[in-house]
Design a protein around this ligand. Sequence first.
Ligand code: MN
Ligand code: MN
Length: 462
Amino acid sequence: MSGKELQKQLTWEFPHIGKEKPQQIEEAAAFCEGYKTFLNRGKTERECVKTAEELLKAAGYQVYDETKTYQPGDKVYQINRGKSLIAATFGKRPVKEGVRINGAHIDSPRLDLKPMPLYEKDEMALFKTHYYGGIRKYQWTAIPLAMHGVVIKADGEAVELNLGENPGDPVFCITDLLPHLAGEQNERKLKDGVQGEELNIVVGSLPFVCEEDIKEAVKLNVLQILHEQYQITEKDFLRAEVEFVPAFKASDAGLDRSMIGAYGQDDRVCAYTALMAEIDEKEPLYTTVTVLTDKEEIGSCGNTGLDSNYVGDFIIWLAQGQGADPKEVFRNSICLSSDVNAAYDPTFHQVYEPRNSSYINKGCVLTKYTGSRGKSGSNDASAELMAKIIGIMDREGVCWQIGELGAVDAGGGGTIAKFVASLNIDVVDLGVPILSMHSPFELASKLDVYHTYKAFRAFCRG
Ligand code: MN
Ligand code: MN
């Protein structure tokens, strides 16, 4: 055997999909048209749930009823408080043999309004914000922002806000200093370049015009407009969840249109691909359970996040529906914690370890462990589970790669995996490599999005 042949036999490298399967470039681009629409329609967890529900209903899904008996191929869904969602397709095998769970999150880093947000200073009206999730604060200034949210009025009526997305809508922004006057600010460390209490959103500059001399007329003018448009008052903000997100739309990126640039791809890219795989699977062997969850970005806490029992409860209902012991169902189940990973960035290569990083265009990334320092806070999937998932993907021709979240001790992070693992379920992270993760405009490769969908299809099937 020649050295070259031996090398081919014994060594391994992940291929660039564009080189290996150029015919898939167009398929991937076509698949991503629906993805861009999903991103534009769902910029908050509530909007994602609504959009997903529409897609599920159109595909024949019914609201889950734990008192009913279901047959293989039946499709159901359940919504948790408007912020997270479970969709399932009943499999041919009984649930006691385990279910196939695919969990992605639909919350993304953003700026929430404080409970008393509106104030006037020096004849300008502004909103105070409290950031949600891990953001680099300086990235959120001087870009157009849109207002999304819900206000529950005293009589219980829910008023939905969505302003800054449609042509002709006004947008909002956070100001930053001009370079000419930023001398002192430039001396700050980058992490303090813009501070939390400086993330104030400009909302108005004209006074309410009247005969009497009133204080804070600019604030009053803003309140008057809000009252006119939404019939809300300042007190109503105390019963509200208002989120400011980048106003721009998902776009093709690059001259070759190989990428998508958009806000919120962490983790709506996995949410969309998981949802499509769930919908497209008509006769799964094992019951599929697709979870679009909330609150991952702040540690999966809260009753709509995965530290809550809502997914476990759903599986218990599935077990009870078939007279199975839920403990047996948990033990035999497999879960993909479907979340993005940090793609190798040639500009900032120092924080990556090139042999163990994920790269755009090499497919979905299977992440054995996340965590920080000595894998702290990680799930660390077993070799047996890695073998199973790799086997499923290889069998179905999915392009996948391995990736750590950056170099050792460069930082770190976590996902929903450890919360699923605590139910005694085998779980591993899998998702799309992303550039500029958590920024207002994240980049993903269309081929990677497409192969993540393919991986989820294979997982549902096998
Ligand atoms: Mn994520
Ligand atoms: Mn994240």
